[in-house]
Design a protein around this ligand. Structure first.
Ligand SMILES: [Zn+2]
Length: 360
């Protein structure tokens, strides 16, 4: 005999059934409804297996959703951060970034809630305006942010191609709001339909164009202040100039065969990994200021081929570099270590350290 409610709760208490229901819902995807449970229990085979005469009510299904871990709430979102605690990142932050940032902040205007400046600085102070870069992509189904969210769900980046999308990127400051010329005709805003084909295209190049356009507006209309543009660490903001020095993926040894600069003719399955450089890198610099080619010179039997980290370091006077390991596990070198691995050594060389991203 089924006493409505009591019976319903007890069947859900069976671990197997709750699990079955959860699997069914997860199979449906991101947007699940309590109605899906109602419909599931209305299937003939389910009904007969569970010895049900009819399905449950929507209100019961909503209660069940909660019992199996769903909440009617916003899609989880999150910031993705990486590398915060790496020793070299921490050191850069403490020694280089924070002091500069503190100096800049001391020259910004600070506003009270009334909108008036609350710290009055000497009139001779050259003011600093901080412009934050902000980009957002709006997806066609964004209006469905509130839905049944299972407790096991964590924030995931939008999957590419999840509906049509619109990208907006702009710069904003507390002093002036959006970056515009005073008459509003010139603007830093960039707006376009990203679409699947263009996804990932609003990248380095567009960001650079936008930044340079923003600088033009600032120089023309706001020349009496210092302007600081703040970008987040999205990889699209960190692209370096073609040909810039990079030790990131450089192998320790020269490719053993072939005479292409990047070893791509080494032979199948034996190519060194892509170094993330698309054209040969420019010259490095020896301590005395003279140039060091990272590739063997004309006339050498391996002319044009990358020397590899070992030889590059040996030429710089680090005897025995060829015997030092290429890289510490996961490149997590011991704090303060300078000669632990070839990659760390090359990273610390002034000419490699000094490479700036294009945005800088
Ligand atoms: Zn190391």
């Amino acid at each position: 005999m089924n006493i409505y409610g009591t019976w319903n709760s007890s069947i859900l208490e069976e671990e197997d059934f709750a699990q079955e229901l959860l699997l069914h819902l997860q199979g449906i995807g991101k947007y699940v409804r309590a109605m899906d449970i109602v419909e599931y229990l209305d299937r003939e085979e389910v009904k007969s297996r569970l010895k049900l005469t009819k399905t449950i009510s929507l209100a019961t299904a909503q209660r069940w959703m909660k019992n199996i871990g769903y909440r009617w709430s916003k899609t989880p979102t999150g910031q993705f951060v990486d590398g915060h605690e790496r020793a070299d990142v921490v050191e850069y932050r403490q020694v280089v970034f924070l002091p500069i940032w503190a100096e800049l902040l001391s020259r910004t205007r600070i506003y009270a809630a009334s909108g008036n400046e609350c710290v009055v600085q000497p009139p001779s102070t050259r003011r600093v305006i901080i412009w934050n870069h902000d980009e957002s992509t709006y997806y066609a189904n964004d209006r469905r942010k509130i839905r049944w969210v299972h407790k096991s769900e964590t924030a995931v980046p939008y999957a590419k191609g999840e509906g049509a999308s619109l990208m907006v990127a702009d710069m904003v400051s507390p002093d002036y709001g959006w970056l515009r010329s005073p008459d509003g005709t010139e603007t830093a805003r960039v707006l376009f339909k990203a679409g699947k084909a263009r996804e990932g295209y609003f990248m380095s190049e567009d960001i650079l164009k936008q930044a340079s356009n923003a600088m033009d507006i600032l120089e023309k209309h706001y020349p009496d202040e210092d302007h600081v543009m703040v970008f987040d660490n999205a990889t699209t903001h960190l692209k370096r100039a073609d040909g810039a020095l990079s030790a990131r993926h450089m192998p320790k040894f020269s490719p053993k065969h072939g005479d292409k600069w990047d070893g791509t003719d080494w032979g199948e399955r034996r190519q060194p990994k892509n170094w993330g450089v698309e054209v040969p890198m420019g010259d490095g610099t020896f301590a005395d200021g003279s140039p060091q080619s990272l590739y063997y010179p004309e006339g050498h039997e391996r002319a044009g081929v990358c020397k590899g980290m070992g030889v590059i370091l040996e030429e710089r006077g680090y005897e025995g570099a060829l015997k030092i390991r290429a890289e510490c596990p996961k490149f997590q070198c011991e704090k303060g270590a300078t000669r632990c691995c070839c990659r760390r050594m090359l990273y610390n060389e002034p000419d490699f350290v000094g490479v700036k991203s294009l945005l800088e």
